[in-house]
Design a protein around this ligand. Structure first.
Ligand code: GLY
Length: 469
């Protein structure tokens, strides 16, 4: 079998799912070189070479790539930080390794303000009402407050506050979730404004879906829709997280969506793609430059934001059921020849297990935390036994987890996810939950309602109601 060397830049179970998909290639013997944020047990086991770069800085990743340049055919990147920091530009300049991710210029995730202006230009109908408050236009504290309050009057206080830079300040805050008074909005706003421009936009009511697409610079190939569960606790309570789980239905759309919703999303993303691509092709857009968070409303889909990388956990819903060989997909992306990809007609459900402090769980539910287990090793054996029992229908992808002297420990972020694959959402969910419950130790916890029948029915009812407005 032909050997192929692949560089994977990893943070979390999203990259473990990529490594898994490459390792399962039937057309190539994949040798994987992983630059990882930590000693991820899955990646360590699968990789030919593995290096830990805790801050995933571009220079060190590039050094690693350079060291194995003669063995690596291409690279792929999971997390946003190195993409936004221009990893592709540096690696392609310093080595002959082509990278599958957008260049710095096309990593539009880096600026929420630039995204809003871009959407305004090409698809204004999907933008909520928004205003940008830029410290460059600063006059006085009183004036900033006056301008902000005038805008809050127009939106009846129902707003989302978003810093331009995804990593700056206090992050996104939403009326009703993070604040209930004007003063609280102002406080949240100021905490972000200190670092740079802040968007104050209309809060949108609806049901969310995640749109992802592969791109070879010439073609945009939409992937099936997924639904992310952002809030920490059951019934969508608690703070926003990186995502506690997600689901995908058997086909390309979700139970609360119509095919017209999907077509509209594809139309919008193609408009954005064409605007950035210009005439012909633009290899700068290679990878997953468009992972759009959509919200379906009484006025059709609106866009919350765009990310320039695969979603976590959303890509874990898709890679395990990709019918095409993932290595072939990557070669087609590099050749500008990816016109379609095929998926098995399966539903998938991802559930994450996370540490006691994640999402403030230990503070809100102290009585639920098993203190004897905190910081103790996490045992994945039970889940692996189930994966064997159920064949390929369960996948276990460690995330913020570290291998230490033969044992695995949870770090601070999401620890490990289990993907269940089934003929319908509920059977996929049963497998995901069975796998997650078989993971012991570390005082880890998970949401119990990811893809539950009740949760999905609620979304369907909500959309029905919105559509009649
Ligand atoms: N699922 C949220 C994210 O990947 O940003």
């Amino acid at each position: 079998m032909e050997k192929v060397g692949i560089l994977v830049v990893s943070y979390g179970s999203r990259a473990a799912a990529m490594v898994d998909a490459f390792s399962r290639s039937e057309n190539y013997a994949a040798e994987i070189y992983v630059a990882d944020k930590q000693k991820n047990p899955f990646n360590v086991e699968k990789a030919k070479r593995h290096v830990v770069i805790p801050d995933l800085n571009v220079e060190e990743i590039c050094e690693f790539a350079k060291k194995y340049e003669d063995h690596i055919d291409f690279g792929m990147v999971g997390p946003e930080k190195p993409i936004i920091d221009g990893l592709r530009d540096v690696v392609e300049k310093e080595t002959r390794i082509p990278m599958i991710c957008p260049t710095k210029r096309y990593a539009i995730e880096g600026s929420k303000v630039a995204q809003r202006y871009l959407f305004q230009k090409v698809a204004p109908e999907v933008n909520p009402k928004f205003k940008v408050f830029d410290p460059k236009d600063y006059i006085s504290p009183g004036q900033v407050r006056k301008n902000l309050y005038a805008w809050l009057d127009e939106l009846d206080n129902k707003v989302a506050v978003k810093p331009d830079n995804p990593a700056a300040g206090k992050g996104v805050g939403v009326w009703g979730d993070h604040f209930n008074t004007r003063e609280q909005i102002f406080e949240h706003f100021l905490a972000n404004y200190e670092y740079g421009p802040v968007i104050i936009e209309e809060k949108i009511e609806g049901e969310e879906s995640s749109f992802q697409a592969f791109c070879d610079g010439k073609h945009l190939v939409p992937l099936p829709e997924t639904r992310d569960y952002k809030r920490a606790f059951d019934d969508d309570e608690g703070p926003n997280t990186g995502g506690m789980g997600s689901y995908k239905d058997v086909g390309a759309i979700l139970p609360f969506m119509t095919s017209a919703d999907r077509e509209k999303e594809i139309e919008i993303m193609n408009k954005i793609f064409k605007e950035l691509k210009g005439k012909g092709s633009n290899p700068g857009l290679r990878g997953i430059p468009f992972y759009g968070a959509f919200i379906h409303t009484s006025r059709g889909p609106k866009i919350l934001e765009n990310n320039s990388r695969p979603g976590d956990p959303e890509i874990q819903n898709l890679l395990p059921i990709l019918k095409d060989d993932f290595v072939d997909v990557c070669f087609k992306i590099l050749d500008g020849k990816l016109t379609r990809v095929e998926f098995e007609e399966k539903a998938t459900v991802v559930t994450y297990k996370v540490p006691p402090n994640y999402g403030g769980y230990a503070t809100v539910f102290p009585e639920r935390v098993n203190r004897n287990e905190v910081d103790k090793p996490v045992d994945l054996n039970g889940a692996h036994e189930l994966a064997e029992k159920y064949g390929n229908k369960i996948r276990i992808y460690p995330a913020s987890m570290e291998l230490r002297e033969g044992k695995t420990y949870a770090l601070k972020s999401r620890t490990v996810c289990v993907v269940g694959i089934g003929d319908d959402i509920q059977s996929a969910r049963d497998l995901s939950l069975e796998g997650i419950k078989a993971i012991r130790g570390g005082a880890l916890w998970h949401r119990n309602d990811i893809a539950s029948r009740e949760h999905i029915e609620k979304s369907v009812r909500h959309m029905k109601k919105l559509r009649t407005l």
